[in-house]
Design a protein around this ligand. Sequence first.
Ligand SMILES: Cc1cc2nc3c(=O)[nH]c(=O)nc-3n(C[C@H](O)[C@H](O)[C@H](O)COP(=O)(O)O)c2cc1C
Length: 203
Amino acid sequence: MQVIAFNGSPRKGGNTQTLLAEAVRGAREQGAEVTVYDVNWMNIKPCQNCGNCDNEPKCVILDDMQTIHQDIRSADRIIVASPIFFYGLSSQMKAVIDRCQAFWAEKYVRNKPIPAGAHGRKGLLLLVGGMKKDEKNPGFHCSEVTAKAFFRTLNVQEHQTLGYGSVDEKGAVLKHPTALTDAYEAGKELVAVSTKSQISNLK
Ligand SMILES: Cc1cc2nc3c(=O)[nH]c(=O)nc-3n(C[C@H](O)[C@H](O)[C@H](O)COP(=O)(O)O)c2cc1C
C-alpha cells in the first residue's frame, strides 16, 4: 500500500508535523510505504492558469510538482496535514492543490479519473488551528471544503478529517488529550484493508 503525505506547515517540529508523524507511524506499522513531502522546502510554483492542462494531462511548469504528480497517480492513500492560516489551508499546501488542476481537467473535462487501483483511494485530513474550534470559527470548514475538492479531484472518494483548535504555540498539540492517539489510530485505519476488499481482490 502506497501512501503519500503532505506536511503543509513551515514550522519545523510544529503541531502539524507532530500530528502527521503519528499518522505516518500508524500507517507504517501496518506495513504501508509512506512518502512525506515537506512542501515548504520544495520548489513548487503557484499555478499560472496557462490552460495547457485543459488539453493534455501534464503541467508545463517543471519543478518538484512533476514528481508529486507521478506519485499521486500511484498512491493508494493520501494524507493532507496543514495548519489553518487565515481561515484556510496554508499557502504552501494550497499551492500543491492548485497545481493539481491537471487532474481536475483529466477527471471533469476529459472524463478520465485516476484509476482506483487495487485498494481503492482514501484520504486523511489533519488540521490544527490556534483559535477555538466552534461555530463562530470558519477555519475548519473552509479548509475542509478545499481539501474535499482536492481529494475528489484525485479520485479519493472518501476521507476522514481530524481537526484540533486551541492548538497554537509550538508543541501545543503534545498537550492535547487525544490528538496524537487519534492521529496514530487514523493512520492505522487509513491503510487497513477490509476483509471485503481482500476477498474481492482474490476474485
Ligand atoms: C499566518 C498565520 C495565520 C493564522 N491564521 C489562523 C486562523 O485563521 N485560525 C486559527 O485557528 N489559527 C491561525 N493561526 C495559528 C496556527 O494555525 C497555529 O499556530 C498552528 O498551531 C500552527 O501549526 P504548526 O505549528 O504546524 O505550524 C495562524 C498562524 C499564522 C502564522
